[in-house]
Design a protein around this ligand. Structure first.
Ligand SMILES: [Zn+2]
Length: 121
């Protein structure tokens, strides 16, 4: 099992991904990696308003919420937090609460932006 990912910025996703690398395309709002359980299935997720919350601090990437690969045979479920793979169930209550708060805040802002845009019309 992979415990830590190395972030690599790309414009478009390479066709073949390497294990242990988190490919990030901010242009296309896509993040790709191979399943860290070792099954090496390709996982692509959308980031931004329509997808996962992407946070990058000093080159360390956090995605919210967790990644649950229910369509894969391995059914892996994990979080990516500061480039590290945190297998679900491996969290402290404090960390879960922290993530929850930032998600609520983001949704609130998103809907506020939407209503502001409507008012302009
Ligand atoms: Zn897997």
């Amino acid at each position: 099992m992979i415990k830590k990912l190395v972030v690599e910025k790309v414009v478009s996703m390479p066709l073949s991904l390497q294990e242990g690398i988190l490919y990030v395309s901010l242009e296309n709002e896509v993040v790709g990696h191979l399943c860290p359980c070792g099954c090496a299935n390709k996982i692509l997720i959308r980031i931004g308003k329509a997808g996962w919350q992407y946070t990058e601090v000093k080159g360390e990437v956090t995605l919210f919420p967790s990644l649950g690969n229910w369509d894969l045979p391995c059914r892996s479920h994990y979080w990516i937090r500061k480039n590290k793979i945190r297998w679900s169930g491996d969290w402290t209550d404090e960390e879960i609460e922290e993530g929850r708060q930032s998600d609520i805040e983001k949704k609130r802002q998103y809907f506020e932006d939407l209503s502001r845009q409507k008012q302009k019309k």
